[in-house]
Design a protein around this ligand. Structure first.
Ligand SMILES: [Zn+2]
Length: 77
């Protein structure tokens, strides 16, 4: 199932959302569409919010959207 993890740029919340084709992710807290998609299959397990906070500079890493600079499950081909 295509459940993706997102980070809201507006209120800094992380959330997961099931994306159907054409759906736009929306923050459940502030209803903003200003969100980044994270790659949740990338090493860390989401425990339902609160624990993991991704730095706002995520995305400059080689592992797009992942806070790790490299991981075996993401982007390696
Ligand atoms: Zn938000």
């Amino acid at each position: 199932m295509p459940i993706y993890e997102f980070h809201c740029n507006k209120c800094d919340a992380n959330f997961e959302q099931l994306l159907m084709g054409g759906d736009k992710p929306e923050c459940p807290k502030c209803a903003s569409n200003d969100v980044n998609r994270l790659l949740s299959a990338c090493g860390f397990v989401s425990k339902g919010g609160g624990g993991e906070t991704v730095s706002s500079s995520a995305g400059v890493s080689s592992c797009a959207g992942c806070s790790a600079t490299s991981c075996s499950s993401c982007g390696s081909s």
